[in-house]
Design a protein around this ligand. Structure first.
Ligand SMILES: Nc1ncnc2c1ncn2[C@@H]1O[C@H](COP(=O)(O)OP(=O)(O)OP(=O)(O)O)[C@@H](O)[C@H]1O
Ligand SMILES: [Mg+2]
Length: 424
């Protein structure tokens, strides 16, 4: 360096030296050829070396920090060419195998000289990264906790629904069994005696005919008058009709009692080979008053099959699905029941022409969800879903495909076995 340029450098540096020496950041002053004119202690600590070995050396941060990428776009060169300070954040480098994150500030000085300041923010960066990791862990832990609480709440809701429903069904089952038991004896008594009454009446009528045939002339008038007054001819005709009606009524009552008894076997928890067609028919018979005049039931049963299941619970599913279908139809409509076996799985589909599930589709299996106000408990489908799941089966209820509207319920159970053709 010539004498005059040394003096110039001295003049430029002199006022800066106290700041450079007092700085916490590593500071280096370089000439236009990147030769070190001055540096402070933090610079030595950061880049290594002694004052002797450093001063007068060419220094390029790109080399010292192994920053291959920035050799072309050097901050110092930019600062000098624009005559403005340049600051680079998040400069990743490496010194003696240590990875560093630095903030670099380059300031142009007169005569092509420059000052470079390096602030080592590696520790802050590490802390920041650690903080972010901890935050993320905390967030994940919080989410896991929230999910656990939600799952637990849902489990409790399900359990509560199950308890309420079990109570309801047990109560219904006891009531149905009790009624069936109470009605069974008198109705069998009526059924059994109608035939005797018919026989006795025909004997009495025959007797009247015999007496009539052997009437004496003087008593004929009195008898005929009594016959007319008592409408004996009319009674003769009507009594047969009445007895036929009593017989049909008692038969029907006995069938209902029988269905009630089948249905009230729900309490049983044993698995048995069950003919689902019989279960559906029994349920339909119980629902007869609800369906009778307004709803036509179209049965499209496939070949007969049995499924090993808890028949009471499966009947309960049919009861819930058919009740929902009937309740969804205002006025008249149809329920089409189709059954078949697919790959060993029994499929029962119930298609109704009701209002359809619509917007609430997502929620219909939620316990206590109902659109029927006080009329519904909102348990039918959630319990049926549980029954299907417990049997390894499936239950879906959605809007029926196509333009016709209505809903389609599909109930699947595994382990279906065909029965011999004549057994359904
Ligand atoms: N076939 C259907 N057509 C239209 N909507 C239906 C049908 N089946 C179920 N839903 C809807 O799903 C809701 C829940 O049905 P779910 O059987 O669980 O309860 P619910 O019928 O309201 O009351 P309940 O406990 O008496 O059965 C119903 O309120 C209704 O909105
Ligand atoms: Mg229901």
């Amino acid at each position: 360096m010539s004498g005059s340029s040394r003096e110039q450098t001295q003049a430029v540096l002199e006022p800066l030296l106290p700041f450079i020496d007092a700085a916490d950041d590593a500071v280096v002053v370089k000439d236009s050829g990147h030769r070190i004119l001055y540096h402070n202690e933090p610079f030595r600590l950061l880049f290594g070396g002694t004052s002797r070995s450093i001063d007068g050396k060419i220094f390029r941060c790109a080399d010292s920090l192994k920053l291959g990428a920035c050799t072309r776009d050097c901050a110092v060169t930019r600062a000098q060419s624009t005559n403005c300070p340049v600051r680079l954040y998040d400069l990743k480098g490496e010194i003696e195998g240590r990875e560093l994150t630095l903030i670099l500030s380059a300031l142009p000085l007169p005569g092509g000289r420059s000052i470079e300041m390096f602030r080592d923010v590696s520790a802050e960066q590490r802390l920041h990264r650690r903080y972010k990791r901890l935050l993320a862990q905390e967030r994940m832990a919080k989410e896991a906790l929230e999910k656990a609480v939600l799952d637990r709440t849902e489990e409790l809701r399900q359990a509560q629904a199950q308890v309420v429903h079990n109570e309801k069904m047990a109560g219904l089952g006891r009531l149905a069994a009790g009624i069936a038991h109470e009605i069974n004896n008198p109705i069998n008594y009526i059924r059994g005696n109608v035939a005797f009454i018919r026989d006795y009446f025909s004997a009495l009528l025959e007797m009247i005919d015999v007496l009539r045939a052997h009437l004496r002339d003087d008593s004929r008038e009195i008898v005929e008058e009594a016959e007319g007054r008592l409408e004996i001819e009319y009674i003769r005709e009507d009594i047969t009709k009445l007895l036929r009606a009593v017989e049909a009524g008692s038969e029907r009552t006995a069938a209902i009692v029988n269905d009630l008894r089948t249905f009230s076997r729900m309490g049983r928890s044993t698995l048995e080979d069950t003919n689902l067609h019989v279960g559906i028919d029994t349920t339909l018979a119980l629902l007869h008053p609800m369906l009778s005049d307004r709803i036509e039931v179209i049965k499209k049963y496939g070949p007969p099959f049995v499924v090993r299941c808890n028949s009471g619970h499966v009947n309960q599913v049919f009861m819930n699905l058919l009740t929902n279908a009937a309740q969804a139809i205002s006025g008249t409509g149809t329920i089409t029941i189709t059954t078949w076996v697919d790959n060993g799985r029994a499929i029962v589909e119930m298609l109704d022409t009701g209002c359809g599930v619509g917007d609430v589709a997502e929620r219909i299996f939620d316990p206590f969800f109902t659109t029927k106000g006080v009329e519904g408990t909102g348990l039918g489908l959630s319990i049926s879903y549980g029954i299907a799941r417990d049997h390894g089966g499936k239950l879906e209820v959605r809007d029926a495909p196509g333009e016709a509207g209505g809903a389609l319920a599909r109930f699947e159970l595994p382990g279906a076995r065909y029965l011999p053709a004549d057994s359904d």
